[in-house]
Design a protein around this ligand. Structure first.
Ligand SMILES: Cc1cc2nc3c(=O)[nH]c(=O)nc-3n(C[C@H](O)[C@H](O)[C@H](O)COP(=O)(O)O)c2cc1C
Length: 476
């Protein structure tokens, strides 16, 4: 079953025991954020803050919606304890069958409207997530809708944005993001404002889809439909022609101005460190806001893993990279961006390894992927979703002299949020990616490879069966 909105999703999380409802009043200024951060770091439940200081009862915050794979499983309509590998399989299968959206006349997101001078972004209980953040981030698990002026292509992208003033936002799509490129190439040169709609509190699968790195020309709303297994219902904005998910909690309609910039950040970010602030990021003048009765803002309070960015935010990218490698004829079985790696790490499981395969994997990644800095390639007998097995393979099968391949990426491609860059690299934004070959040398004859000393590999089948049949009889 797919959830049209977060309200049904929250009900399902209540049933599976994956959301805590906090009735005690909390302060939007750091308290709600600190609670969400502490809960994320403990892999605790999502949190529904029912009462927020300075705001009417009913104005709520839903924190860390998909910060665990249990919650992603529930979002997909699966049992909460579905193994991660199966969650990926279901996601991949559904993503292969994209479904076009359905336009509807109205929807819950139109229950209230503030237009023109009435707009007041402080109307909502937007949290100050971390100490030192550059503003109150209303977009931490929200996405921005924009459209190519020369085609039907509509882009959804999950980019952070904070309140800049009562009627403006500061936004942070990277220059290489689809919105960033569209704005730079098709609006700025003509000095035209770019219409956008910022969506806060969409259903969980639409939000996950918005973090997918779809190529130019492909709309993420089709992926969202595929994940839901039914069309996403879209409704037209009040002040522009963009379409937004009708069951969202808050829609902020506006335009990004070509000749004004806004200071954006700092923010406690996904690498687990506070990111720098930016002097001149995108300035969005807000023209209208529509919202549901008793709106529920979403908050993902990013930081050290795991949180929504490392879990829900990593699935699409892992699966699209797997497809990309497979299309290039590489013997890739699984690709997994493990939450512990803060999206800086990728596990690639192959049916056949060796330096040539690892080199071809390295050659397949475009510079947009330079933000992933460590790629661990493991053999088929390693479960890519089990970090104990991956770390074991890295420790015992990666030859430090011959098994590490480092590739530099050109200036501008590096990750400005990366804590590991040198002073020089920070200036040029040159990046680098390291590939750890944890696979057998293909030149070694297969029958001469050391046998794994594990229960599954080193005992005859009849012994294993006997042990498993009698397991409880041993008192174990
Ligand atoms: C929680 C979260 C926050 C993100 N914030 C940003 C951001 O501020 N800027 C950005 O460029 N990408 C951000 N990303 C990554 C983008 O969502 C991702 O690169 C996506 O592919 C962008 O969409 P696009 O390919 O249509 O540009 C974020 C991802 C997640 C999961």
């Amino acid at each position: 079953m797919a959830f049209k909105d977060n309200r049904d999703f929250i009900d399902a999380l209540k049933e599976s025991g994956d959301v805590a409802v906090v009735n005690k009043e909390v302060d939007w200024d750091l308290e709600a954020g600190a609670i969400a951060r502490h809960a994320s770091e403990q892999e605790g439940p999502a949190i529904l803050f029912e009462r927020v200081k300075d705001y009417p009862d009913g104005y709520r915050i839903f924190a860390t919606p998909v910060g665990t794979y249990r919650r992603v499983a529930v979002a997909l309509g699966l049992p909460a304890d579905t193994p991660i590998k199966e969650v990926y399989e279901v996601y991949e299968k559904r993503a292969e069958n994209p479904i076009a959206p359905r336009v509807v006349e109205g929807g819950p997101c139109k229950e209230n409207k503030m237009l023109g001078d009435e707009v007041d972004l402080y109307h909502f209980p937007t949290p100050m997530c971390h100490d030192g953040d550059g503003g109150r981030y209303i977009g931490t698990w929200g996405f921005v809708v924009c459209k190519d002026p020369e085609s039907d292509w509509v882009n959804w992208g999950m980019y952070r944005f904070h309140i800049n003033s009562q009627r403006s936002l500061a936004m942070s799509p990277a220059p290489g993001s689809n919105l960033g490129a569209l704005f730079r190439e098709k609006f700025m040169p003509q000095n035209r404002p770019m219409p956008i709609a910022a969506v806060v509190g969409a259903d969980p699968l639409s939000s996950i889809a918005s973090s997918a790195g779809h190529p130019v020309g492909q709309s993420e709303v089709f992926l969202a439909g595929g994940l839901h297994q039914e069309p996403v219902e879209l409704v037209k904005c009040e002040t522009n022609d963009l379409m937004v998910p009708a069951h969202s909690e808050v829609i902020i309609e506006g335009e990004i101005l070509p000749d004004v910039s806004a200071a954006e950040g700092p923010f406690g970010e996904y690498p687990g460190y506070r990111s720098p602030g930016f002097e001149a990021r995108l300035y969005c003048r807000v023209k209208g806001v529509t919202f549901r009765n008793s709106p529920i803002l979403t908050m993902s309070n990013l930081g050290v893993p795991p949180d929504d960015s490392h879990v829900g935010g990593c699935i699409s990218i892992s699966i699209s990279l797997k497809k990309r490698l497979q299309r290039k004829g590489l013997p890739v079985l699984d690709v997994y961006q493990n939450p512990e790696g803060s999206a800086f790490m990728l596990i690639v499981r192959v049916s056949e390894g060796g330096p040539e395969v690892v080199r071809r994997i390295a050659d397949s990644f475009g510079i947009r992927r330079a933000w992933i800095s460590k790629i661990v390639v493991v053999d088929e007998d390693v479960d890519a979703f089990d970090m104990r097995q991956v770390i074991h393979a890295l420790a015992v099968k990666c030859n430090p002299a011959t098994g590490i391949l480092v590739k530099e990426t050109p200036p501008g491609s590096g990750n400005p949020f990366s804590p590991l860059v040198s002073v020089e690299e920070l200036k040029t934004l040159k990046g680098s990616m390291a590939y750890f070959d944890c696979t057998w040398d293909p030149k070694r004859p297969k029958d001469e490879l050391p046998l794994k000393s594990s229960f599954d590999s080193i005992y005859p089948e009849e012994i294993r069966e006997k042990i498993l049949t009698n397991w409880s009889k041993y008192g174990l």
